[in-house]
Design a protein. Structure first.
Length: 216
């Protein structure tokens, strides 16, 4: 019997993951059955179960893959001297992740942002998925902390702000941008880039003076 190449195995796994993601995006996790996935990918139960034990494992694999892509994107910049500015870095990484999911559409509309919202909601009832998400976001947060420290060492960012505070804020900006796309429709990552750039241009002393004026 001829041995199956790793390339073939990887391609089959990719086929199953993409088909499952489309089913989840179209109908939601709970309304999607394994039979729906089998029909979508046009494979036998044996072929699919060789890779994934069931729906829960499929969901976890999709989440782990996306978190890995996000983490890798920021990790590549963490050791740069200095890293790209926040506006360019966040929009670049998010743009690359969205580009890998361009084929995931429902009724002609990008479905990945909506799938992300489903994952966030599912973590409220699924302890395994919640743990996976916490681990993934924890890794991204740690990487962002190192990026902020590099900004501070290079004199690009004030040093009296906690790197973790900045990390959480940048992650919130990216997550919020995805949520907006899911709720209100697609937008280029350039929108996030330009918005962050504008916020970064606000002069610090003006906000301090404004707060002092309002407190008097």
């Amino acid at each position: 019997m001829a041995r199956v190449s790793q390339e073939h195995l990887d391609a089959r796994r990719r086929q199953i993951l993409d088909g499952a993601a489309l089913c989840f995006a179209r109908n939601g996790f709970h309304a999607t059955s394994m039979q729906d996935v089998l029909k979508e990918v046009d494979l036998s139960a044996g072929a699919v179960y060789r890779y994934f034990s069931g729906k829960e494992e499929l969901i976890a694999a999709i989440v782990a893959e996306v978190l890995g892509q996000v983490h890798q994107g920021f990790e590549e910049e963490a050791d740069s001297s200095p890293p790209l500015p926040p506006d360019l870095l966040v929009s670049s990484v998010l743009g690359r992740v969205l580009a890998t999911k361009e084929s995931l559409t429902v009724d002609g509309r990008p479905a990945f942002p909506g799938l992300v919202l489903q994952v966030w909601a599912e973590t409220l009832r699924n302890d395994r998925l919640a743990a996976l998400l916490r681990e993934g976001y924890g890794a991204v947060r740690e990487t962002w902390g190192r990026i902020v420290e590099a900004y501070q060492e290079a004199g690009m960012m004030r040093s009296d702000v906690s790197p973790d505070d900045v990390a959480r804020t940048m992650m919130a900006a990216a997550m919020g941008f995805l949520a907006q796309q899911a709720l209100f429709g697609p937008a280029s990552s350039d929108v996030l880039r330009d918005g962050l750039r504008a916020l970064m241009s606000v002069r610090d002393h003006s906000s301090v003076n404004l707060l002092e004026t309002r407190s008097n």
